[in-house]
Ligand binder design. Structure first.
Ligand SMILES: *[C@@H]1O[C@H](CO)[C@@H](O)[C@H](O)[C@H]1NC(C)=O
Ligand SMILES: *[C@@H]1O[C@H](CO)[C@@H](O)[C@H](O)[C@H]1NC(C)=O
Ligand SMILES: *[C@@H]1O[C@H](CO)[C@@H](O)[C@H](O)[C@H]1NC(C)=O
Ligand SMILES: *[C@@H]1O[C@H](CO)[C@@H](O)[C@H](O)[C@H]1NC(C)=O
Length: 205
């Protein structure tokens, strides 16, 4: 009788263990991370004191979009870029759309964009010393390609402050990382907590 109960318990335990391992591996292989976005170049000829092309009110920029997933492709929806006069986003100075595209795993895309700007708003944003701090926000949605299957859309909303000097280019020589202000990682932490709970139950069951 007791032998029987012990066998049943062992069987039950190994069932739970297998189920747990399976879900762990499922989670590991289905887990996706959002592309990394940064600004590589940012140039406003109209603010370039050294240029004789200051009538050109078009903002030129370059984005770097990086798919860090080892084995998943990324389908980007239209990438909407909005540039504001100040970090507090009081007025829009220009917008730009980079058309939808597909990116293979571990690939990096460099996308050039232009945005006609509202010169009145731009000139109000410039400090007396000729520099300015703009806000750049990027909004898009991505679907991940896992083997032959596409996930649902994941929304991406990231941004950064961009300081511009008297030559109309970004002050920071390095790429400016665009990051989200909200807590994008909630589901990731939920998963981690779930897995920890699972092993906890396993040990004490
Ligand atoms: C800029 O525009 C002004 C007025 O429209 C014009 O007088 C000037 O020649 C232009 N400058 C250049 C460099 O095109
Ligand atoms: C945003 O910041 C700028 C500069 O600091 C300021 O002049 C402007 O009034 C602010 N706008 C809002 C809506 O807070
Ligand atoms: C220009 O002025 C602004 C505001 O007064 C300041 O934040 C910024 O650091 C100055 N930039 C330079 C290059 O002096
Ligand atoms: C991007 O902008 C277009 C048109 O302005 C809009 O239809 C689309 O929903 C925007 N995309 C996102 C992700 O907000």
């Amino acid at each position: 009788m007791s032998e029987n109960a012990g066998g049943c318990c062992r069987c039950c335990c190994s069932f739970i263990f297998t189920l747990g391992l399976t879900s762990l591996f499922m989670w590991l292989s289905l887990r996706t991370s959002n592309p990394k976005c940064s600004i590589q170049a940012f140039y406003l000829p109209a603010l370039d004191k050294s240029s004789n092309n200051r009538n050109n009110t078009t903002l030129q920029f370059q984005l770097k979009l990086e798919n860090t997933n080892k084995d998943k492709g990324v389908y980007y929806d239209d990438v909407n870029v909005t540039v504001y006069d100040f970090p507090n986003r009081s007025h829009i100075i220009g917008t730009s759309v980079i058309g939808r595209f597909y990116q293979g795993h571990k690939k990096t895309a460099h996308k050039n964009g232009t945005a006609p700007t509202d010169q009145k708003v731009v000139s109000r944003a410039v400090f007396a010393n000729g520099s300015a701090v703009f806000r750049v926000d990027l909004v898009t949605a991505v679907r991940f390609k896992i083997i032959a299957w596409k996930t649902k859309r994941h929304k991406i909303a990231v941004g950064a402050d961009v300081e511009v000097n008297v030559n109309g280019t970004k002050v920071n020589k390095k790429n400016i990382k665009l990051s989200s202000s909200g807590s994008n990682n909630v589901s990731y932490y939920c998963c981690c907590v779930g897995i920890l709970l699972y092993f906890f139950v396993l040990i004490f069951a």
